[in-house]
Design a protein around this ligand. Sequence first.
Ligand code: ZN
Length: 191
Amino acid sequence: MAKLYFYYSAMNAGKTTQLLQNSFNYVERGMETLLYTYKFDNRSGNAVIASRIGLSSKAECFHDTFDIYEDVVKRKTNKTACVLIDEAQFLKKHHVKQLCRVVDELNIPVLTYGLRTDFLGDAFEGSMYLLLWADVLCEVKTICHCGRKAIMNARFDEKGCVIQAGDQIDIGGNEKYIALCRKHYNEKKIK
Ligand SMILES: [Zn+2]
């Protein structure tokens, strides 16, 4: 039985590296994978998933009206071993439903990787429905500068000041993010 997996974490925990390693493992064994990432994420160029340690792979992009289920039906072969989704926090509720159908109707495992919370500590739509509906929840752990587990994402500007207002998705902004434990997030202490 195929399952829907949600690998969640704070920023910079190595989710994308895990995704690409997982895909590589399937391909190395002669199987195929279908990779997706969010359309408005320009960090790694259009239709490429790139990790911070230098791995990269081509991917299809999903956007708000894109039907992932239909795309998988169109592109799958008898060698398709799994579907991998990067930036899963940007999925909409209807995308998560589509991924459930890929698992339940096509019997193809779906592995999703995303942030649990945004920079205000609120839920992303995609992550919320994955937390509710996924068969398997896996935390990818990373640590705060103090050594505690980081579960929050602080957005800060060029002067190092923590930003606590603004859009949830800030594509192309000059802000940076850092993963912090809850205590240091609330104290706005980024190092
Ligand atoms: Zn801390």
